[in-house]
Design a protein around this ligand. Structure first.
Ligand code: BEZ
Length: 218
């Protein structure tokens, strides 16, 4: 079954480049991003992991842990890290999980549909994980997920933007509009009437009775 928003992120124990990871313990009550990629030593994946390495300070600023996963071994991850760091020009200081058993890939629905077909002659490409991202909250619940095919590299600026929006709205009667960027106004939920909304979030910019903007809380 697929993982839905607000599901508890599946727990697992796995080897990683940072030693054994017990996932729920590793989360440690912080926001986290778990993201899969198809294989080590492949071009798009190298650009993606280089991009994540470059954003290390941004994730730290947001108190968000990051962990990669693919079906390759720790030994391969360790060797590939050197390429990532050479290409990205930044240390890849986040763990990468060895999911050669496919435990994480199956629990997090990170495999292509074809993988499940009982065909003969399967190659390693059939058990590659696709480019899946989960943002997990301090309550261990899934806040956001996205999945890209193997051929489309992710936009990590968008992942950071989405993380900002998740952190801003988590547990609050707020939402972010289309194409929202940090610093822009946010939408106040209809659970609050105008008086309650003003009291909590300051002056409203009322575009429509059901579309009311307020300054984003700091
Ligand atoms: C890549 O990372 O370049 C890649 C990996 C698997 C399939 C297609 C592209």
């Amino acid at each position: 079954m697929s993982i839905r928003i607000n599901d508890i992120a599946p727990d697992f124990t796995a080897a990683s480049t940072a030693g054994e990871i017990r996932f729920h313990d590793w989360l440690g009550g912080q926001y986290a991003i778990i993201f899969s990629h198809p294989r080590d030593f492949t071009p798009v994946c190298t650009t993606e992991f280089g991009a994540v390495a470059q954003l290390s300070a941004e994730f730290a600023k947001r108190k968000t842990k990051v962990i990669g996963v693919s079906v390759d071994s720790v030994a391969d991850h360790d060797k590939w890290k050197r390429d990532i760091e050479a290409f990205g020009g930044a240390p890849a200081d986040f763990p990468i999980i060895d999911d050669s058993s496919l435990t994480v890939a199956k629990a997090y629905d990170m495999l292509e549909a074809d993988y499940y077909l009982p065909t003969e002659g399967r190659t390693p490409a059939h058990s590659s994980t696709v480019r899946t991202v989960y943002i997990i909250g301090p309550d261990k619940k899934v806040k956001l997920s996205m999945t890209y095919p193997m051929t489309v590299g992710r936009n990590f600026a968008e992942i950071l933007r989405a993380l900002d929006a998740v952190q801003l709205t988590d547990g609050k009667p707020l939402a972010t509009p289309a194409n929202w960027q940090v610093g822009q106004d946010v939408i106040v939920a209809l659970a609050l009437n105008n008086e309650q909304a003003t009291e909590r979030f300051g002056a409203l910019d009322i575009k429509l009775p059901y579309l009311r903007f307020a300054k984003a809380p700091q």
